[in-house]
Design a protein around this ligand. Structure first.
Ligand code: MG
Length: 396
């Protein structure tokens, strides 16, 4: 038999159920397929972080370089070489005029003072308008990602050379898929996506990739990295440092560059990112983190005054982590919820229609995906009540 105080507490709890209705937007997590061993998020998960908002830039015209997007880091805006140096750390000796930089033949390559790795890189280059030389000697320069992997710059317009040395080549490794070049003297546009190789304990966990668009045409299609590439020698896959500079080559031709910027890319799963196909360990860690934050938010906002929110908040956390104490508490609240409905008078019940159906749907979801026991009595009771009341029938 209940003591008076326990009876009072129980009555208070049921009182709280009676005045509460579920308006919280907890529904969507009980919707798409739940997290699994490789995905910490449910499909269409509202708890998943939103993508960063970026104001787009503008495209370049022949006489006018475009504007970079709002989160880009500018490396050269046409005014000076303050962000560049020689490979000995001296001031960059190339010429700057009319909004572009130009290779001073024989002065050596230059590199950024900044170091970075995975990036979306934009730059524009122009081979000399006056055609001189042939093959690799015509408008040659190069874009060296992390200072080591060359995306070839060459006047490949009406110019013959070996396939893996053309403009747009991953030099010495992958020829460009096409040669969409403008005539020499005109601006050519590179948009590059670079992902460095990732190694753990000397073993590759992600080989790294190179994607290049030349004048908007795909010329490197997510090419798997095979080392730095280079002249005559075949290179092999291997680790890169964590970061490196962007380097531009002096190959003896006065090639020009303008409008150079990059955007840092979010980490891949192999680098700590949580979007994509994760390892079971990384998935579990993220799921635990999400579950803990939901439990914490639930504890702060819902307890006592809003038992439905507490119940659904705890159940939401079970989608990510089946923590025992949480599961027991959530199940107890579910039993109380059903008991509270049974206490309502026929006049009070209709107001609970939508709420009861949504709670029922949440229970069904959790049973379906084994977050609640297969024989979950509160679900059976709710379904019975909903059937009796005809709440699943269309309203006339
Ligand atoms: Mg080159």
């Amino acid at each position: 038999m209940k003591t008076p105080s326990a009876f009072l507490a129980s009555a208070l709890v049921l009182g709280a159920w009676a005045i509460t209705s579920w308006a919280a937007a907890t529904g969507p997590v009980f919707y798409g397929d739940p997290p699994d061993d490789h995905h910490p998020w449910a499909v269409h998960d509202r708890n998943r972080p939103q993508p960063v908002r970026v104001a787009p830039g503008t495209f370049s015209a022949p006489e006018q370089p475009g504007q970079p997007p709002s989160d880009a880091i500018r490396l050269f805006d046409g005014t000076d070489l303050s962000q560049w140096e020689t490979d000995k750390g001296a001031p960059a000796p190339w010429r700057v005029r009319d909004g572009y930089m130009e290779v001073v033949p024989g002065s050596g390559g230059i590199r950024t003072k900044a170091k970075f790795a995975d990036c979306q890189l934009h730059l524009e280059w122009a081979a000399p308008a006056k055609v001189e030389g042939s093959g690799q000697g015509r408008g040659n320069s190069g874009v060296f990602l992390m200072g080591r992997l060359e995306v070839q710059v060459l006047d490949s317009y009406n110019n013959e050379t070996y396939a893996d040395g053309h403009a747009g080549a991953y030099y010495g490794i992958h020829p460009p898929l096409a040669l969409p070049l403008r005539p020499p003297g005109e601006w050519q546009v590179y948009d590059i996506v670079f992902r460095r190789p990732i190694y753990r304990d000397g073993k590759p966990v992600d080989p790294g990739y190179l994607t290049v668009f030349l004048n908007g045409v795909l010329v490197q299609d997510h090419a798997v990295l095979e080392g730095s590439g280079g002249h005559m020698g075949r290179t092999r896959p291997g680790p890169f440092p964590a970061q490196g500079p962007l380097s531009l080559q002096d190959h003896g031709n006065p090639t020009r560059f303008r409008n150079i910027w990059y955007r840092e890319l979010p980490p891949r799963p192999a680098d700590g990112g949580t979007d994509g196909y994760l390892t079971p360990e990384a998935t579990l860690a993220k799921r635990r983190e999400v579950a803990a934050s939901i439990r914490e938010a639930t504890a702060k906002s819902a307890v006592a005054t809003d038992p439905i929110s507490e119940m659904l908040g705890l159940m939401e956390s079970l989608v990510y982590e089946l923590e025992r104490a949480t599961s027991e508490r959530a199940q107890a609240l579910a039993e109380q919820y059903v008991a509270s409905l049974k206490q309502l008078t026929p006049a009070q019940l209709p107001a609970k229609r939508d709420e009861a159906r949504r709670v029922r749907d949440a229970f069904k979801y959790l049973v379906k995906f084994q977050r609640l026991p297969a024989e979950f009595a509160p679900l059976a009771a709710l379904e019975q009540l909903i059937k009796e009341q005809g709440w699943d029938k269309r309203r006339q």
